[in-house]
Ligand binder design. Structure first.
Ligand code: CTP
Ligand code: MG
Length: 229
Protein backbone atom coordinates (compact mmCIF):
# COMPACT_ATOMS: atom_id res chain seq x y z
CA UNK A 1 0.00 0.00 0.00
CA UNK A 2 1.24 3.47 -0.91
CA UNK A 3 2.58 4.97 2.32
CA UNK A 4 3.37 8.62 3.07
CA UNK A 5 5.19 10.04 6.07
CA UNK A 6 4.45 13.60 7.14
CA UNK A 7 7.30 15.12 9.17
CA UNK A 8 6.24 18.29 11.02
CA UNK A 9 9.36 20.45 11.41
CA UNK A 10 7.91 23.95 11.48
CA UNK A 11 8.40 24.64 15.20
CA UNK A 12 10.62 27.34 16.64
CA UNK A 13 12.17 25.26 19.43
CA UNK A 14 11.45 27.80 22.18
CA UNK A 15 12.34 25.38 24.98
CA UNK A 16 15.69 24.67 23.35
CA UNK A 17 16.51 28.36 23.35
CA UNK A 18 19.08 28.09 20.54
CA UNK A 19 19.82 30.68 17.84
CA UNK A 20 18.33 28.44 15.15
CA UNK A 21 15.30 26.14 15.25
CA UNK A 22 16.28 22.97 17.11
CA UNK A 23 15.67 20.62 14.16
CA UNK A 24 18.68 22.22 12.42
CA UNK A 25 21.07 21.69 15.37
CA UNK A 26 23.56 18.87 14.86
CA UNK A 27 23.79 15.56 16.71
CA UNK A 28 26.92 13.71 15.68
CA UNK A 29 27.82 15.33 12.39
CA UNK A 30 24.35 15.90 10.99
CA UNK A 31 21.35 18.13 11.66
CA UNK A 32 18.58 16.44 13.67
CA UNK A 33 16.13 16.74 10.78
CA UNK A 34 18.57 14.88 8.49
CA UNK A 35 18.77 11.94 10.91
CA UNK A 36 14.97 11.85 11.00
CA UNK A 37 14.45 12.02 7.23
CA UNK A 38 17.16 9.38 6.63
CA UNK A 39 15.33 6.80 8.76
CA UNK A 40 12.25 7.01 6.56
CA UNK A 41 14.25 7.41 3.36
CA UNK A 42 15.96 4.10 4.13
CA UNK A 43 12.67 2.24 4.58
CA UNK A 44 11.47 0.50 1.43
CA UNK A 45 7.91 0.70 2.76
CA UNK A 46 7.80 4.52 2.54
CA UNK A 47 6.87 5.93 -0.88
CA UNK A 48 6.67 9.66 -0.16
CA UNK A 49 8.08 12.07 2.44
CA UNK A 50 6.41 15.39 3.21
CA UNK A 51 8.47 17.76 5.33
CA UNK A 52 6.56 20.66 6.85
CA UNK A 53 8.77 23.69 7.54
CA UNK A 54 7.85 27.21 8.53
CA UNK A 55 7.31 29.57 5.61
CA UNK A 56 10.39 31.58 6.63
CA UNK A 57 12.62 28.50 6.80
CA UNK A 58 11.64 26.90 3.48
CA UNK A 59 14.58 28.51 1.70
CA UNK A 60 16.97 27.50 4.48
CA UNK A 61 15.68 23.93 4.33
CA UNK A 62 16.23 23.74 0.57
CA UNK A 63 19.73 25.24 0.69
CA UNK A 64 21.09 23.72 3.88
CA UNK A 65 19.37 20.34 3.85
CA UNK A 66 17.97 19.29 0.47
CA UNK A 67 20.93 20.49 -1.59
CA UNK A 68 23.54 19.05 0.82
CA UNK A 69 22.12 15.61 1.62
CA UNK A 70 20.93 13.03 -0.84
CA UNK A 71 17.61 11.25 -0.35
CA UNK A 72 16.08 8.65 -2.67
CA UNK A 73 12.41 8.89 -1.74
CA UNK A 74 10.40 11.75 -3.32
CA UNK A 75 10.31 14.67 -0.87
CA UNK A 76 7.80 17.49 -0.87
CA UNK A 77 8.18 20.64 1.25
CA UNK A 78 5.05 22.26 2.62
CA UNK A 79 4.62 25.44 4.70
CA UNK A 80 3.46 24.90 8.28
CA UNK A 81 1.31 26.89 10.66
CA UNK A 82 1.46 28.39 14.13
CA UNK A 83 0.42 25.17 15.85
CA UNK A 84 1.77 21.69 15.24
CA UNK A 85 -1.76 20.51 14.40
CA UNK A 86 -2.02 23.12 11.65
CA UNK A 87 1.39 22.09 10.28
CA UNK A 88 0.29 18.45 10.09
CA UNK A 89 -2.99 19.40 8.44
CA UNK A 90 -1.10 21.40 5.80
CA UNK A 91 0.98 18.29 5.18
CA UNK A 92 -2.16 16.16 4.85
CA UNK A 93 -3.55 18.54 2.23
CA UNK A 94 -0.50 17.82 0.09
CA UNK A 95 -0.27 14.02 0.16
CA UNK A 96 -0.28 12.01 -3.04
CA UNK A 97 -3.80 10.95 -4.10
CA UNK A 98 -2.38 7.40 -4.04
CA UNK A 99 -1.59 7.49 -0.30
CA UNK A 100 -3.45 4.80 1.64
CA UNK A 101 -1.40 4.85 4.85
CA UNK A 102 -0.15 8.00 6.58
CA UNK A 103 2.56 8.15 9.22
CA UNK A 104 3.03 11.37 11.17
CA UNK A 105 6.43 11.70 12.81
CA UNK A 106 8.03 14.62 14.67
CA UNK A 107 11.04 16.10 12.91
CA UNK A 108 12.60 16.36 16.37
CA UNK A 109 12.60 12.54 16.95
CA UNK A 110 15.75 11.40 15.14
CA UNK A 111 16.15 8.01 16.85
CA UNK A 112 13.19 6.18 15.35
CA UNK A 113 14.25 2.72 14.17
CA UNK A 114 13.53 0.76 11.01
CA UNK A 115 11.67 -1.88 13.06
CA UNK A 116 9.46 0.74 14.73
CA UNK A 117 8.59 2.27 11.35
CA UNK A 118 7.62 -1.18 10.07
CA UNK A 119 5.54 -1.96 13.17
CA UNK A 120 3.75 1.40 12.78
CA UNK A 121 2.85 0.78 9.15
CA UNK A 122 1.61 -2.72 9.98
CA UNK A 123 -0.41 -1.32 12.89
CA UNK A 124 -2.15 1.23 10.67
CA UNK A 125 -3.04 -1.51 8.17
CA UNK A 126 -4.43 -3.86 10.82
CA UNK A 127 -6.06 -1.45 13.31
CA UNK A 128 -6.74 1.68 11.23
CA UNK A 129 -4.90 3.85 13.73
CA UNK A 130 -1.93 3.26 16.04
CA UNK A 131 0.61 5.18 18.08
CA UNK A 132 4.05 4.20 19.25
CA UNK A 133 4.46 4.50 23.01
CA UNK A 134 6.35 3.32 26.08
CA UNK A 135 5.19 2.39 29.57
CA UNK A 136 5.78 5.25 32.00
CA UNK A 137 8.49 4.54 34.55
CA UNK A 138 7.45 7.13 37.13
CA UNK A 139 4.25 7.20 39.12
CA UNK A 140 2.02 9.93 37.69
CA UNK A 141 -0.23 12.08 39.89
CA UNK A 142 -3.14 14.22 38.83
CA UNK A 143 -3.00 17.54 40.71
CA UNK A 144 -5.25 20.54 41.12
CA UNK A 145 -4.40 24.19 40.48
CA UNK A 146 -3.32 24.66 44.10
CA UNK A 147 -0.68 21.96 43.74
CA UNK A 148 -2.42 19.23 45.77
CA UNK A 149 -2.71 15.66 44.57
CA UNK A 150 -6.19 14.69 43.47
CA UNK A 151 -5.61 11.12 42.37
CA UNK A 152 -3.03 8.57 41.29
CA UNK A 153 -3.87 6.53 38.19
CA UNK A 154 -2.65 2.92 38.14
CA UNK A 155 0.76 2.94 36.52
CA UNK A 156 -0.01 -0.24 34.56
CA UNK A 157 -2.52 1.69 32.45
CA UNK A 158 -0.25 4.67 31.67
CA UNK A 159 1.69 5.05 28.45
CA UNK A 160 3.84 7.92 27.21
CA UNK A 161 3.06 8.24 23.53
CA UNK A 162 5.52 9.13 20.83
CA UNK A 163 5.45 9.25 17.07
CA UNK A 164 4.98 7.80 14.49
CA UNK A 165 1.23 8.02 14.86
CA UNK A 166 -0.10 6.09 11.89
CA UNK A 167 -3.45 5.89 10.18
CA UNK A 168 -5.44 4.79 7.22
CA UNK A 169 -5.72 7.95 5.13
CA UNK A 170 -9.50 8.40 5.38
CA UNK A 171 -9.42 8.28 9.21
CA UNK A 172 -6.73 10.92 9.73
CA UNK A 173 -8.15 13.16 7.01
CA UNK A 174 -11.58 13.13 8.61
CA UNK A 175 -10.07 13.65 12.08
CA UNK A 176 -8.07 16.72 11.06
CA UNK A 177 -10.84 18.19 8.92
CA UNK A 178 -13.39 17.94 11.75
CA UNK A 179 -10.94 19.27 14.35
CA UNK A 180 -10.24 22.30 12.12
CA UNK A 181 -13.97 22.89 11.48
CA UNK A 182 -14.77 22.64 15.19
CA UNK A 183 -11.69 24.61 16.35
CA UNK A 184 -10.56 21.65 18.46
CA UNK A 185 -6.85 21.71 19.26
CA UNK A 186 -5.27 18.48 20.50
CA UNK A 187 -1.71 17.83 21.65
CA UNK A 188 -1.26 14.86 19.35
CA UNK A 189 -2.86 13.51 16.18
CA UNK A 190 -4.42 10.41 17.72
CA UNK A 191 -6.57 12.60 20.00
CA UNK A 192 -8.32 13.95 16.91
CA UNK A 193 -9.31 10.43 15.84
CA UNK A 194 -10.15 9.32 19.40
CA UNK A 195 -12.75 12.05 19.77
CA UNK A 196 -14.56 10.62 16.72
CA UNK A 197 -14.64 7.21 18.37
CA UNK A 198 -11.94 5.46 16.36
CA UNK A 199 -10.00 2.84 18.35
CA UNK A 200 -6.28 3.59 18.59
CA UNK A 201 -3.86 0.73 19.14
CA UNK A 202 -0.74 1.30 21.23
CA UNK A 203 2.39 -0.26 19.75
CA UNK A 204 5.21 -0.71 22.26
CA UNK A 205 8.24 1.29 21.15
CA UNK A 206 11.57 2.16 22.74
CA UNK A 207 12.82 4.68 25.31
CA UNK A 208 15.43 5.82 22.79
CA UNK A 209 12.80 7.40 20.52
CA UNK A 210 13.06 10.68 22.43
CA UNK A 211 11.89 14.06 21.24
CA UNK A 212 14.73 16.56 21.32
CA UNK A 213 13.17 19.35 23.35
CA UNK A 214 15.64 20.97 25.79
CA UNK A 215 19.47 21.32 25.77
CA UNK A 216 19.81 18.21 28.00
CA UNK A 217 18.25 16.15 25.21
CA UNK A 218 21.19 17.00 22.94
CA UNK A 219 23.57 15.33 25.41
CA UNK A 220 21.29 12.30 25.70
CA UNK A 221 20.98 12.26 21.91
CA UNK A 222 24.75 12.18 21.43
CA UNK A 223 24.89 9.15 23.74
CA UNK A 224 22.07 7.33 21.92
CA UNK A 225 23.80 7.99 18.61
CA UNK A 226 27.17 6.69 19.83
CA UNK A 227 25.50 3.54 21.13
CA UNK A 228 23.83 2.88 17.77
CA UNK A 229 27.00 3.36 15.69
N1 CTP B 1 6.00 21.66 14.91
C1 CTP B 1 5.46 22.10 13.69
N2 CTP B 1 4.71 23.24 13.64
C2 CTP B 1 4.50 23.96 14.75
C3 CTP B 1 5.02 23.54 15.99
C4 CTP B 1 5.76 22.37 16.04
O1 CTP B 1 5.67 21.44 12.67
N3 CTP B 1 3.79 25.09 14.64
C5 CTP B 1 6.84 20.45 14.95
C6 CTP B 1 8.22 20.71 15.54
O2 CTP B 1 9.09 21.24 14.54
C7 CTP B 1 8.63 19.35 16.06
C8 CTP B 1 7.28 18.68 16.39
O3 CTP B 1 6.27 19.47 15.79
O4 CTP B 1 9.30 18.57 15.10
C9 CTP B 1 7.09 18.56 17.89
O5 CTP B 1 6.96 19.86 18.46
P1 CTP B 1 7.86 20.45 19.63
O6 CTP B 1 8.78 19.43 20.17
O7 CTP B 1 6.97 21.18 20.57
O8 CTP B 1 8.80 21.51 18.83
P2 CTP B 1 8.78 23.08 18.90
O9 CTP B 1 7.37 23.57 18.86
O10 CTP B 1 9.70 23.56 17.84
O11 CTP B 1 9.44 23.36 20.31
P3 CTP B 1 8.89 24.35 21.48
O12 CTP B 1 7.51 23.83 21.82
O13 CTP B 1 9.87 24.19 22.60
O14 CTP B 1 8.88 25.73 20.89
MG1 MG C 1 6.00 23.05 20.47
Amino acid sequence: KYTTVIIPAAGKGKRMGAQISKQYLEIGDKPIIVHTIEKFDQSLLIHEIIVVTSKEEMGYFKEEILSKYHFNTPIKIVAGGNERQESVYNGLKNISPKAEIILIHDGARPFISKEEIEKSIEGAKVYGACVLGVRVKDTIKICNEEGYVESTPRRESLWAVQTPQSFQTSIIMEAHRKAAEEHFLGTDDATLAERLGYPIKIIEGSYENIKITTPDDLTIGEAILRKSL
